[in-house]
Every structure is written in structure tokens, then in C-alpha cells.
Design a protein. Structure first.
Length: 99
């Protein structure tokens, strides 16, 4: 794999203390996040339902239909980017656990 420049896990960090860091991820239809690695355990809560395509470092991808309020546990160390492949604005809140 070619060396990637990695970005933030969300579009805006909204809160942090010694235990957690919270991000918003807001994507317009067709918009993608940056490639990023989750260095901590994390979960996200869907705040605007939608359809995301996730692309992973090994070349695999998946499409997720996410409903409002859905909670998804992510995997520490995961390197990926996501694209809003739906027709509406998509958003979630990402909570990274520092311990």
C-alpha cells in the first residue's frame, strides 16, 4: 500500500476530557472523510440517518445503511475512509475512549 496522508477521524472535534474525545462527522451526499486511523477504541452514534460506503486499507469495502440513533462499536487501529453514498446529509457523533 502506498503511504497515505491521514486526517482526523471526524469533521470537527467538539469536546474532550481525560477519558474521552468526541467528534462530529458530517458528510453531504457524495462527500468523503479523509483516510484516518482510529488510535483508540471508539463508538459512534448516528445523528442523521443515511448510507455510508466504508473503504479499508486492504482494498475491501462495505456499504452500511445506518438509522437514526443507531450505535456502532468501531475497531481500534482501523484505517479507513467513509463516503456518504445516500441522497441526504449524513452525520454521526464519534466517541473515542482514551483508556
Amino acid at each position: 500500500m502506498t503511504e497515505r496522508i491521514l486526517g482526523d477521524v471526524g469533521t470537527e472535534m467538539v469536546w474532550e476530557n481525560e477519558h474521552v474525545r468526541v467528534w462530529d462527522l458530517i458528510l453531504e451526499p457524495g462527500q468523503s472523510s479523509e483516510w484516518h486511523r482510529h488510535s483508540m477504541h471508539y463508538t459512534f452514534i448516528v445523528t442523521r440517518a443515511g448510507r455510508l460506503k466504508a473503504e479499508y486499507e486492504d482494498g475491501s469495502e462495505s456499504v452500511l445503511d445506518l438509522r437514526l440513533g443507531q450505535v456502532v462499536m468501531g475497531q481500534k487501529g482501523s484505517l479507513h475512509k467513509v463516503t456518504n453514498v445516500g441522497t441526504e446529509l449524513y452525520s454521526n457523533a464519534i466517541v473515542e475512549m482514551k483508556h
